[in-house]
Design a protein. Sequence first.
Length: 172
Amino acid sequence: MFAHLYIFFVKKKKNYTLLRVPGLTCVAGYGSQGERLVAGIVPLSADKYYVLLIQSTRRGGWVLPKGGWETDEATAQDAAKREAWEEAGIICKVNYDLGLIPERRRPEQLTTEAPKASYHFFEATVEKQEANWPEMHKRSRQWFTYSQAKQALAARPELLDALDRCTMNRTT
């Protein structure tokens, strides 16, 4: 009857329930291998000379806005735009789908708080940067040139991959 069954998890009070959904092509939350589905934005200035990074709440340092694809979001792009708002306080216009980026961390770097993930990034132009945003009390944000961002993201190969896939101007 149905050629494929797609598997994902729905979060319920810290427990996860396995659901099988026939014919579903976009899956929110978790992938078929149990990996967390993460959506993110590479937020560029209008002239593409700068990328906006935010401080990580777990490790310190700088990261791109990203986070889990919630089960009530229709697309990874919706999730990425929501994360950009929550974490960086930006409204942005998506320019390009940068595609899927596989997990690059070694097994010993994975934890229950940071499990194996599959990343889906989008390049976007920042249209508005708000003074107040949901995570302003725990994150700061800063504009970086390409070379500065490469250094700041050096410990995160999946984020470097997203940066390298975008159309940001690399000469400054």
